[in-house]
Write a protein that binds this ligand. Sequence first.
Ligand code: ZN
Ligand code: ZN
Length: 358
Amino acid sequence: MIPLRPDLPRVRQPHRIERMRALLYPEFDRIENAVVPEPPPPAADEVTLRVAACGICGSELEAFKNHSPRRTPPLVLGHEFCGVIDVVGAAVSGWGRGARVVSNSLVPCGTCVRCRRGDSHLCATRQIFGMNRPGAFAERVNVPARCLLPWPEALSAEEACLAEPLANGIHVARLTQDLPAGVALVIGAGPIGLFCQQALQVLRGSKVVVADLSDTRLKVAQRLGAVRTINPRNEDVTAILREMTEGEGADLAVDAVGAAVTKTTALQATRPGGGVVWIGLHDNAITLESFGITLPEKRVFGTYAATLDDLRLALEWMAMGRVDAKTWTTSLPLTEAATAFRRALAAEGSDIKMIVCP
Ligand SMILES: [Zn+2]
Ligand SMILES: [Zn+2]
């Protein structure tokens, strides 16, 4: 054995790599329960969380189906999560081991021009968990401390992890705050649609009409307070909205599907001077009659993601019981995550939102 020369810098003890269970997206068209290396020790501004719950998001299912170049395998997905802090980075203050936290899905840089003007969700170099950095369908994940909010005592892990999709709904309601929203149409009664519905009800006092192809989902929308539900298989969305509004149409329409047909329906079902929000990401290129925006002076908003402040409000509303994020979800252990993911892909059963609990 060669003795260490004292003038040489000491070789750092390599970090012993422990393994953990995770839902792995190893290559296109494959998703599997796997054992992967644990995250490295957190960077100075990060913590390592023991993940308590992580929701399966429609955007991940779409990305998987479409081989999205925005989420390229090998990857651990998962961006809607909460957990308990296990390791605290050297420069982190205000958070300690054992703290219950909810994470933002985005990591904004905090210093670029967009971050400085308050649009941190539009940060040019933002990272997204399960996209540009490892996600939370795993036992452990590293998170920058500036992405964390306290996880309220009153909320279960399954509820707290859904603060992120609720924050997206809150973002929609806030984005359109200057427009009337007396009668609002929400197309798509998936998790984002149901959270947009509830956010409009709570923030704007809107009467919300919900359209979806699934009667099971429409029943949930109704239970959550929709004044009218429409299944476009047998009813005409635009005609019904006009009937309800002296021939005018909805004040505001939110398309939480994003298909070509739902984007145009949202436009058509809105009254002159009304607003349309496109949040769904199903189809990219669509054919559009642009005069339908110009002549009746409609306003079209695009939106994606939410700010940390939207997430804060989401947690507040949930803790106050103003939003139901509980009675329409299904949770499964991490060991069944691959099954859950495939079930969600096939849209089998009546699951609307599936949550993985490590
Ligand atoms: Zn999501
Ligand atoms: Zn930035």
